[in-house]
Design a protein around this ligand. Sequence first.
Ligand SMILES: [Zn+2]
Ligand SMILES: [Zn+2]
Length: 720
Amino acid sequence: MAIEIVSYPDAAEGPIPVGEEKLFSERFACPVSGFQLTEIEPRLFSFNSPFGACPVCEGLGIEKYFDPERIISNHKLSLKEGAISVWQHMPSHKLDQMLSNLAQHYQFSVHTPLMDLPQKVQDVLLYGSGEELIPMRYSDGVRMQDKANAFEGALPYLEKQWRLAASTGMREELEKYQSKRPCRSCQGYRLKQEALCVKLADLHIGEVSHLSITQALHWFEQLPTTLTPTQQKIAERILKEIQDRLKFLTNVGLDYLTLARESGTLSGGESQRIRLASQIGSGLSGVLYVLDEPSIGLHQSDNRRLITTLQHLRDLGNTVIVVEHDEETMLTADYLIDMGLGAGVHGGTVIAQGTPTEVMQTPMSITGQYLSGAKKIHIPKQRRTGHVGKAIELKGATANNLQNVDITIPLGTFTCVTGVSGGGKSSLIIHTLYKAAMQKLEGTKTSPGPYASLRGLEYIDKIIEIDQSPIGRTPRSNPATYTGAFTPIRDWFVELPESKLRGYKPGRFSFNVKGGRCEICQGDGLLKIEMHFLPDVYVVCDECKGQRYNRETLEIKYKDKSIADVLSMTVEEALPFFDKMPPIRDKLKALMEVGLGYIEIGQSATTLSGGEAQRVKLAKELSKRSTGRTLYILDEPTTGLHSEDISKLLVVLQRLVELGNTVLVIEHNMDVIKTADYIIDIGPGGGDRGGRLVGAGTPEQVAKTEESVTGEFLARYLAS
Ligand SMILES: [Zn+2]
Ligand SMILES: [Zn+2]
């Protein structure tokens, strides 16, 4: 039965007179507006449930909109050159007439770069002319037609297309012009208004989950003071459970994350540590835990807490196995197993095992030698000061947690950006500096984080980010194709007498075109099996047995090796093989220098680790003719690297600097930081406790900076 809601007299009017009949609501309803809350139960607070999710964004917390920044392909282009590519589907003569009609009316030239057009014109192009009618003259070559129309503008045009779009293909095409922003109905909190009405100590659940873990812990700890004694009694248990979990997350070094952080945006190390925190909470014993490099992305200061957590798990009666390169973790271990000797074909045997001391006493073990200090990464005798008077200055950066940060990067140096996780390093370097520089140098469509000014770009000719993303998405990409070694290899095979006799052209040895490749797998050597709801699976092609070429192509041999044999050589094997061929040799040499001698030159991109992909990219840069005016940016290049490999990587980075370039590295590894010419330390803490420039200067100077956590550790490394 529906309950009728009636308004009742204002409390000020006193009690309801006896004898009069009144109806009251048994629900949480407003007698004035009729707004009604459903039963308050857990599912109301879940954005995964239709009972709780914001109906506008369906619980995603974001909405898509057409973004002017995406609509403009390049501010430096003119309209004629296609600065706004939205109208590309229009017949070109119609588009030309439309633009020249506009140019006529507003008195501008279609050949002027978009950024130089008056603001009023730019606004009309994007948002339309509104009420203003514009005389339009169209001709189809035979007849002329004159009309006065309001001009629609690119954004309204796209919105109309979006409403009319029938196919998903069409929508995908339009999505190119969209960006995301917080949903305006739920302000990004993902829940419906009813859920957000329920508040505890003035905060609703969305606000609580947007607190950082540190703030949330503090909030839950002081919450009881706002409760009545009865409420305190009821809340006691649940509050303890919540606080315990927040403490576990703090102990694994994740105090800077917000509870609402989307799992997809977490780094591998972060998600691993979250799973670890949930395990501590379970209090199980007799479990075997296996962790793969949990220290990735952790500042030295948080590493200690992580190790304590692992020891705690052990003390509960569990066994913890950790695959790790971190020195401190290794030294704390009860038992070490050192695998090697080298990587790839040079590995696969146990070199040493026992307590850390026993491993240190094994001369064969490279790990042991680094642990004992017999081998170490040396501190350079002198720090470079860079090119006199040349520096890049970024001022007033405010992206994410950055608090108006000003930095100076001396050019011609090896500069490290340091600080605890979540301190703001990536926001500053990748999201602001890199994107802003790309926009200014290359005219790339990016939306950099907000900043006040950026100076000094005239001293560099390009900026290159060398990240750990794959060198290609398909098995057809490999180190040989990526570094450009494959073209001269193919040419070499074409020049062989047998190829000439048969009239083979370079395409014969390509796996991108028909002719010489295996057609069953189209040169992949692998067949892709698409799995529903699971990642694709690759199996070796039956026809060519993974060799990628057909029989005729494989008959062409140089020194008894077919092109498939060459592609399956390791870099080390291929180097003497192509010793007399500089174009091939130089590329292979660069791969050797970055410590990738063990990978196969035709190894498919999909099987290279992030660290390997990054080093292949470095090798490509090394083998290019350097202009000496490049700024290289690397985000934690030591991830997954052994000390021995780090020392090789440093040699490569230092060489780029020797050539006059600037190398800017975001890094936690102290062995790298201590070798820098210049350090920019961001922090001091994570999240809202970070975002400031804590110190800048040589490692020696930063080590003396009182507030710097990095400096504190650095002082120890410099002393040893
Ligand atoms: Zn919403
Ligand atoms: Zn095949």
